[in-house]
Design a binder for this molecule. Structure first.
Ligand SMILES: Nc1ncnc2c1ncn2[C@@H]1O[C@H](COP(=O)(O)OP(=O)(O)O)[C@@H](O)[C@H]1O
Ligand SMILES: [Mg+2]
Length: 300
């Protein structure tokens, strides 16, 4: 069973196609990042999953059920792009209010524990009216966790947080994942997602682009290694080029880019030694999420 699945999901606003036949799958217990520029359709997709936006066509399934099935809804926690709550309530009262919607008891101790987890333990008795944007976003996280969801939908969930707040929330996401919670998040903050997401998908102008597990996506056209070698003759240079190995001269020798997998690497190493080259360093070539994003966005 998939935690989340969309099949040909489409949303039109008059002539504008905000989502164009989007089909994606999220495995249970993973952190899945949907990345895309502003206006790409990220919030529209999450909106449909939460039931706040009606799709024009297609389907979505949550934990094996239609997304609008009340039993599926109960498993979902949602952090909206802009969280607004009644300013006259305190943080703890806000959580009790959310718990009441879920018809779920929430003791003051439960509320305090939740507020603690999002770094608001010290302001639980303060009214939300005086909260900063970052504090409101933390409260949104706590509210999303009230129902102990199995799937968390997060729409730009760290946009209002400072770097240490983002770091804390990344820690919280890992902790939730380790307890089996699936996390689906939208973001354009690529640095925050590096090292956090298990899988990513790119969306632009409503269309889903490259998608897959992060290590695969970052390998790009295939695994490659950069090999730092000593000086070589022109004949060897030509021979390597003929084999499809890119060579760049350096002050001390050359750097080779070899399109092979890890298991083929020892044979390549032996061959280089046979050609009389000194091998100083071998490093895998991987794109960063940001490089991947920019390369994909620039591809027409
Ligand atoms: N309620 C709406 N009415 C008309 N157009 C909308 C509405 N909501 C979103 N859109 C349009 O749909 C597109 C996708 O928006 P959105 O999903 O908010 O993008 P993202 O979250 O990726 O920034 C944008 O062009 C946006 O202007
Ligand atoms: Mg958005």
């Amino acid at each position: 069973m998939k935690a989340l699945q969309t099949i040909g999901l489409t949303k039109r606003y008059g002539p504008l196609v905000a989502l164009d036949t989007v089909s994606l799958q999220v495995e249970e217990g993973e952190i899945f990042g949907l990345l895309g520029p502003n206006g790409a359709g990220k919030s529209t997709l999450v909106g449909i999953l939460t039931g706040l936006v009606l799709p024009s066509a297609g389907q979505a399934r949550i934990l094996g059920r239609p997304h609008d099935d009340p039993a599926a809804r109960r498993e979902v926690g949602y952090v909206p792009e802009l969280f607004r709550s009644a300013p006259w309530l305190t943080a703890a009262e806000t959580l009790r209010f959310h718990a009441a919607f879920l018809r779920r008891p929430l003791t003051p101790a439960d509320a305090d524990a939740l507020l603690d987890r999002v770094g608001l333990g010290h302001v639980g008795r303060r009214r939300v009216a005086g909260f900063s944007k970052g504090m409101e976003q933390r409260l949104a996280w706590a509210a999303a966790l009230v129902g102990e969801p199995r799937l968390l939908l997060l729409d730009e969930p760290t946009s209002a947080l400072d770097p240490s707040g983002r770091h804390e929330m990344a820690g919280l996401m890992r902790e939730l994942r380790d307890r089996g919670v699936t996390i689906f998040l939208n973001s354009h903050l690529l640095r925050d997602l590096e090292g956090l997401c298990d899988s990513v998908a790119l969306i632009r102008q409503g269309r889903l682009g490259d998608t897959g597990p992060v290590p695969v996506v970052l390998e790009g056209a295939g695994p490659r290694f950069r090999i730092d070698v000593g000086p070589m003759s022109d004949a060897i240079y030509e021979e390597l080029r003929a084999r499809g190995i890119a060579c760049t001269a350096t002050d001390e020798g050359a750097v080779l880019e070899v399109p092979v997998s890890r298991s083929e690497l020892p044979a390549v190493h032996r061959e280089l030694v046979r050609l009389g080259l000194a091998v100083y360093e071998v490093v895998p070539v991987r794109r960063t999420l940001e490089e991947w994003f920019l390369e994909e966005i620039e591809t027409p």
